[in-house]
Design a protein around this ligand. Structure first.
Ligand SMILES: *Cc1c(COP(=O)(O)O)cnc(C)c1O
Length: 358
């Protein structure tokens, strides 16, 4: 049972909300949010609120020193009356690891789950009941104490906001290889889901978009030779019929979708290799058709095909196949996430019910 109540304000906000036909990804915001505060070494109980602006001091460390870590996950409610989450404990553990890397306080497991259950439960009437659509949940933790001293905040806030989202566009992505900027170095915060990583990636992302590409592909910071990942997704390639993905090098974000695809691929009997993947080798393998397919994965898009990888000199490398292995894996994963297929890994979990429903 959720320990939060749905206040009349929250109930009214949900009731008034009209789910538009087109959702996009993040364009539509759910009318509910959760907020808890950490002060004097302890978390308060937190509360479920109507979505709206928050007050933050202009000197807050989150704004100046990127003292902010987050998560991304989805609640599914397809052909069922009550929503479920996918591997939420892995998101909680990753948030704890991210917080630890930035020496921020951990969000206790019960607070994390209570917050998600409260937001997803209150939003149940607006979770799309269509395969591929879902409620995206964005938990985040940030330092709110103001001051310029280079140390952690003494005050923090943990929030959860949500968005009803579309099944992600199946238009294949056009990827621009970034050979100058660096997203994350070993020893830095690349393996943490920290907003700072995104700051480092924005220039290349915008430049890629301006040149007609969807997203930037990052190489390792030391040698600028080995593939890391896309700005917000992990990468896979089908080479000589085997599935290859860059091994976690300490700077790559350990994606839960990545981990799920590895488990699914092995269960399906595919050969899977986690290894250091030189970018020039992959491009040569695409050119010689040894590499037949490349795709990316993450909670938002699940599994997204890639039609082209473009190098800095403008040369484009197009794998022969688009969305073949990717499609097989996406459909298998989505069927588990939406509980249309058995869940042999025990990945899904019901959202806890409210005592009083809307
Ligand atoms: C969130 C994220 C991913 C994908 O992780 P999932 O757990 O699969 O959603 C990949 N790379 C980066 C940089 C991310 O922030």
């Amino acid at each position: 049972m959720s320990r939060y109540v749905i206040s009349p304000q929250v109930a009214a906000a949900v009731k008034e909300f009209k789910l538009p036909e087109r959702l996009g990804f993040g364009a539509v915001v759910a009318p509910v949010m959760f907020s808890a505060q950490w002060r004097d070494g302890a978390w308060d109980n937190g509360e479920l609120l109507p979505y709206g602006p928050i007050e933050i001091l202009p000197g807050a460390r989150a704004l100046h020193y990127a003292e902010l870590v987050f998560e991304g996950m989805k609640a599914y409610c397809v052909g069922r009356t009550w929503p479920n989450l996918f591997r939420p404990r892995d998101n909680w553990q990753r948030l704890a690891r991210s917080a630890e890397r930035l020496s921020m306080p951990k969000v206790p497991e019960t607070l994390f789950f209570d917050a998600l259950d409260a937001v997803a439960g209150a939003c149940r009437p607006l979770i799309p009941n269509v395969s591929g659509r879902s409620l995206y949940l964005r938990p985040f933790l940030f330092g709110t104490e103001s001051g310029y001293l280079l140390r952690n905040s003494n005050e923090f806030r943990f929030m959860v906001i949500a968005n009803p989202v579309e099944s992600y566009a199946t238009v294949p992505m056009r990827v621009a290889i970034e050979r100058l900027d660096v997203r994350a170095a070993v020893g830095g915060v690349g393996a943490a889901k920290a907003s700072a990583n995104y700051a480092a990636s924005l220039r290349a992302s915008s430049a890629a978009a301006a040149r007609g590409y969807t997203v930037a592909l990052w190489l390792d910071a030391r040698d600028q030779r080995y593939i890391q990942e896309l700005s917000g997704m992990n990468l896979f390639a089908v080479i000589r019929g085997e599935l290859h993905t860059p091994e976690l090098d300490g700077a790559i974000l350990p994606g839960i979708t990545r981990d799920s695809l590895i488990a699914l691929a092995r269960q399906m009997g595919m050969e899977l290799r986690e290894r250091r993947m030189p970018i020039d080798e992959l491009l040569a393998d695409i050119a010689s058709a040894e590499c037949s397919e490349v795709f990316a994965c993450g909670t938002a898009a699940i599994v997204s095909p890639i039609s082209v990888l473009a190098d800095r000199d403008g040369r484009e490398y197009a794998p022969a196949k688009i969305d073949v292995v990717a499609k097989t894996l996406r459909e298998a994963l989505l069927a588990i996430q939406e509980r249309r297929a058995p869940d042999p890994f025990g990945w899904t979990r019901d959202v806890a019910p409210f005592t009083a429903t809307l």
